[in-house]
Design a protein around this ligand. Structure first.
Ligand SMILES: CC(C)(COP(=O)(O)OP(=O)(O)OC[C@H]1O[C@@H](n2cnc3c(N)ncnc32)[C@H](O)[C@@H]1OP(=O)(O)O)[C@@H](O)C(=O)NCCC(=O)NCCSC(=O)C[C@H](O)C(=O)O
Ligand SMILES: [Mg+2]
Length: 285
């Protein structure tokens, strides 16, 4: 678990919005996605591409990704060429529907000389992607992160975005199963109402309880609550330390099981406790 990267809060910024790109330098999001897709109007695509690719060096040690336009669009080719040359931490690809799509991106990045450090983050946001999630996740070693696109998914499903997200839970669960089965990081979708703090926190908590590694965001005001919810709390850290200590003690005494606060602890609980402590350390660092 060394080298674990916190990705509690991953903020989208419209690539055409100079003010937002500037402001993000001082924002405490774990990672940033400079967007060339939905947040940029067609007339502004070329200027946004140039601005975003030129801005990459300005965000310190944080992961900075570029979201390109989708494979079927007229801007995709130019976006990918520019991103490959700029060498962001990742290229975020919207509306990935198959392993073939991932292979096409991988080939294009290699042909255009993208550094190996530039990873692929695939957005899962269509019904077809839900059905192909496993083949997408396993299509390339370069693909390290799955990103839920819950607005597009709701649109494609003809579903409503309601508190608790009942219409989306099947897709969210499926993608989480795939992420965990294939060892990929997975980020939850965005919450559109930037003024609804309580609703946003409730959705962060739901995402954390599901097992998401973090959440994608659209506004600076969402960063602090998101970081808080997705970080291990002081109680969770204390509990994890006690689980590890109790299990070590049991093992030393020749037992394979222990109890902490009256609850059974086995080897499998130790793995989770170690992961939680590694995340806490990575956040601290
Ligand atoms: C949602 C917004 C349009 C709201 O804009 P606005 O009302 O102007 O916000 P504020 O006035 O409250 O802004 C306050 C200051 O914060 C800066 N700001 C705002 N948003 C960002 C941001 N995302 N990153 C960095 N900085 C930001 C403003 O410039 C103000 O700064 P200052 O002047 O110094 O006070 C707006 O927040 C916005 O455009 N958000 C991002 C939208 C976006 O990126 N959308 C695309 C990604 S989401 C998506 O595509 C979903 C997915 O694909 C799916 O299918 O679900
Ligand atoms: Mg989308």
């Amino acid at each position: 678990m060394t080298g674990m990267k916190p990705r509690r809060s991953v903020l989208y910024m419209p690539g055409a919005n100079e003010r937002a790109l500037e402001k993000a330098k001082t924002l405490p999001a774990d990672a940033l996605i400079l967007d060339l897709e939905d947040a940029v109007a067609p007339d502004a695509k070329d200027a946004a591409r140039e601005r975003v690719c030129g801005a990459l060096g300005d965000y310190g040690s944080r992961e900075v990704a570029i979201r390109v336009n989708g494979l079927e669009t007229e801007w995709h080719e130019a976006d990918l060429r520019a991103a490959a040359q700029a060498g962001p931490a990742a290229v975020v690809v919207p509306k990935v529907n198959s392993a073939r799509d991932v292979h096409a991106i991988e080939r294009a990045l290699e042909l255009r000389g993208a550094p190996q450090e530039t990873k692929i983050w695939a957005m899962l946001e269509t019904p077809v992607a839900m059905l192909h999630a496993e083949e997408i996740a396993t299509a390339s070693e370069r693909l390290t992160v799955l990103v839920m696109g819950t607005n597009d998914l709701a649109k494609e499903l003809h579903a409503e975005l309601v508190p608790g997200r009942a219409p989306l839970l099947g897709g969210l669960s499926l993608c989480l199963l795939v992420a965990r089965a294939t060892g990929k990081v997975i980020l939850d979708g965005v919450y559109n109402d930037v003024k609804d703090v309580a609703g946003f926190e409730a959705e962060c908590l739901q995402g954390k309880q599901f097992g998401f590694d973090g959440k994608t965001l659209i506004h600076p005001g969402q960063i602090e609550p998101c970081n808080r919810v997705f970080a291990p709390s002081a109680e969770e850290i204390d509990q994890a330390r006690r689980v590890i200590a109790a299990f070590e003690e049991a093992t030393a005494a020749g037992r394979g099981v222990a109890t902490v606060d009256g609850k059974m602890i086995e080897n499998l609980h130790v793995g989770n406790a170690q992961r939680l402590l590694a995340l806490a350390e990575a956040i601290e660092a």
